[in-house]
Design a protein. Structure first.
Length: 241
């Protein structure tokens, strides 16, 4: 088994630091990338603002006058012409509860893609044991955070999305094949029932779902494929949208 330079208790101590890093990453996004269109007294407008505040996300709030709606609001919600509207990277999202769900899912999946997955990818790539051990710790840290997130989001249900597979389930679940490959190629257990029991149960349910099991790659086949691609592995693992 790969020897880690840091123990799992250290990971628990680091969780607050990681959460703070994530908040800084969110805040670093240009303020103009996110706008909430609405009137401040509206309880429906409060919903997306609270959701964004919980993600430490900065946003513009050009206040609307309910008696005279702005051209931007009318263009963003041309059918119902109602508040609130969230505009994220020029994409309008309407209806308060849909916006709240969007905020929760998009920012969670952004962490998976931009923070956690690069550490997993780094372990697969050829490099020294010290660098690999450091990346392994980062992967464990991320899994510990995701265990906490599943506990809060899943609320005792089968998936992050509740009783059914949702956006975050797909975002994380699509990396389970590579995670199993990483475990096999490095003789290490990443999804460990003793450390992340709820995430282990979630992964088993996700992989056995009818919509997933026919597309989830077999571990041995994926290992052989990655061995063949080793000289060009970094490019192939990054080539995504």
């Amino acid at each position: 088994m790969l020897s880690l330079t840091c123990s799992f208790p250290y990971i628990s101590i680091r969780r607050q630091q990681i959460a703070f890093e994530l908040s800084l990453c969110s805040s670093a996004m240009a303020k103009t990338d996110v706008k909430v269109l609405g009137a401040w007294p509206s309880p429906f407008v409060m919903r997306p603002r609270i959701a964004l505040n919980l993600k430490f996300m900065e946003y513009e709030f050009p206040e609307e006058d309910s008696g005279s709606k702005s051209l931007l609001l009318l263009q963003s919600n041309p059918v119902y012409k109602k508040m609130p509207v969230l505009i994220h990277q020029d994409k309008p999202i309407c209806e308060s509860l849909i916006i709240v769900q969007y905020v929760d899912e998009v920012w969670a999946s952004a962490y998976i893609d931009d923070k956690w997955f690069p550490s997993v990818r780094g372990i697969v790539l050829p490099q020294g044991e010290e660098a690999k051990a450091e990346l392994m710790v980062q992967v464990f840290e991320g899994l510990a955070l995701l265990e906490d997130a599943f506990d809060k989001c899943g609320q005792g249900k089968a998936f992050f999305g509740g009783d059914k597979i949702g956006y975050v389930d797909i975002a994380l679940g699509s990396f389970l094949g590579l995670l199993k490959v990483t475990e096999k190629m490095n003789n290490v257990k990443l999804l460990d029932e003793a450390k992340t029991p709820k995430l282990v149960g979630w992964a088993e349910r996700f992989c056995s779902h009818d919509a997933v099991k026919e597309v989830m790659p077999e571990t041995d086949k994926l290992v052989e494929l990655l061995k063949c691609f080793k000289p060009d592995l970094n490019h192939r693992l990054v080539d995504r949208t």
